[in-house]
Write a protein that binds this ligand. Structure first.
Ligand code: SF4
Ligand code: SF4
Length: 156
């Protein structure tokens, strides 16, 4: 059923064509995100962090939803997501002169206490190298560190 819904939604949207995507599926299932979708809606003050490859539309509640967010099936871009989306809820932020690999506090699935060791190991081995390289080349994507987020590693 989910695949059918995804196909239905996908015909309404174009693809970003981004080949730098990371695969978080071993720790985060598409179905989990399709039921959540928290990170595909932005507050007005967070619009500066919207990946440049996507567009958002204002909702009646004043928030801005990504046009690739399907109400029934989550993200329709799958492997063509922008790099920031593919890595999310992991990101690189800056504090002082250092870069930090962080886990966004608002993700309910990967912030489960019992999953911390598994999630951190996966992030360090599979996400950090590509995301760090991307962030160093695209410094405009770096956010100031939010102390609510879990720091997983430090880099010079
Ligand atoms: S907050 Fe976490 S579980 Fe929810 S859609 Fe984003 S990455 Fe998926
Ligand atoms: S591209 Fe996909 S993951 Fe990224 S904000 Fe849009 S719907 Fe969410």
């Amino acid at each position: 059923m989910l695949q059918l819904l995804t196909a239905f939604c996908a015909i309404k949207f174009h693809k970003c064509g981004n080949s730098r995507a990371m695969d978080l599926s071993p720790i985060l299932k598409h179905e989990t995100c399709a039921n959540c979708k928290i990170c595909c809606v932005f507050k007005p003050e967070s619009l500066i962090y919207v990946p440049k490859e996507i567009e958002v539309k204002k909702q009646e509640d004043g928030m801005f939803a990504c046009i690739h967010r399907c109400e029934n099936a989550g993200c329709t871009l799958e492997k063509n997501k922008p790099t920031e989306c593919a890595a999310w809820p992991f990101s690189i932020s800056k504090r002082g002169g250092k870069l930090l690999l962080v886990l966004e506090h608002s993700c309910p699935e990967l912030n489960k206490r019992e999953r911390f060791n598994e999630v951190k190991k996966f992030a360090l081995e599979n996400v950090a190298p590509k995301l760090l390289e991307y962030s160093r080349k695209n410094t405009g994507t770096l956010r100031e560190h939010n102390s609510k987020n879990q720091i997983l590693d430090y880099y010079i």
